[in-house]
Design a protein around this ligand. Structure first.
Ligand code: PGA
Length: 249
């Protein structure tokens, strides 16, 4: 099934209000390519201002599992909706590593995001040692089983396959490895969610850039891209949107 491709930028801990000029430069490409859904996930401090720009969907990079309460420094999913966000990344490998987030934590955050009306982008991916040991598919399958809420609907869930060793390194898996993993993820999603699993978009993430985007986005079951470094500048991000449009044509 050909699903509408989603190209989402993850700005990570980068950007002040001056960076909204990049969003303004991305907007015309988003409007010109209606076959592609475009989103930017800026730091929390820019979500409201980015959402007010209106042309590009805005997401957060995390959310708390609870709607409110005594959790100093945390942001809940209903707060993100209030600020204008439409999506939330959960379970990014940097949070799994830096903040010791488990699959159960990620599952709870995804549930909270969906309950608030956000689309949850659930991230999974193996380390280099796990791939070298031949465990990549098994590791990702286990992450999916633990992280994806069993009652998720396809419209509220996106999965991002991000091999940890490909993030920010300039390295990407062989296209055949991407194809194998995305097919395996599709199979796991159908096993977990039934028919809904066939309609969940599966993004590839990890060193996506203008020069490799078309090849990656043309792989079966690659329904978009989660882009870190190359989302910070419109000049780098717009060609990825255009590649997604080309791959959808
Ligand atoms: P990268 O990051 O594109 O800079 O490799 C991807 C991500 O972490 O989502």
């Amino acid at each position: 099934m050909a699903l509408k491709k989603l190209v989402a930028g993850n700005w990570k801990m980068n950007g002040s209000h001056a960076a909204l000029a990049e969003l303004d430069a991305i907007a015309p490409a988003a409007r010109a390519n209606p076959a592609v859904e475009v989103a930017i996930c800026p730091p929390y401090t820019l979500i409201a201002a980015a959402a007010r720009r209106g042309d590009v969907a805005v997401g957060a990079q995390d959310c708390h599992a609870a709607p409110s309460g005594a959790h100093t420094g945390c942001i809940s999913a209903p707060m993100l909706v209030d600020a204008g966000a439409a999506l939330a990344i959960v379970g990014h490998s940097e949070r799994r590593q830096d903040n010791h987030e488990t699959d159960a934590d990620v599952n709870a955050k995804a549930r909270a995001a969906m309950a608030a009306g956000l689309t949850a982008i659930v991230c999974v991916g193996e380390t280099e040692a796990q791939r070298d040991a031949g465990e990549a598919v098994a590791v990702v399958s286990a992450q999916l089983a633990g992280s994806v809420p069993g009652d998720a609907s396809a419209s509220a869930l996106v999965v991002a396959y991000e091999p940890v060793w490909a993030i920010g390194t300039g390295r990407t898996p062989a296209v055949s490895d991407v194809a194998e993993m995305h097919a395996a993820i599709r199979g796991r999603l159908v096993a977990l969610l039934g028919g809904e699993g066939a309609a969940v978009r599966i993004l590839y993430g990890g060193s996506v850039k203008a020069s490799n985007a078309l090849e990656l986005l043309s792989v079966a079951d690659v329904d978009g891209a989660l882009v870190g470094g190359a989302s910070l500048k419109a000049a780098d991000f717009v060609p990825i949107i255009e590649a997604a449009a080309q791959a959808s044509a």
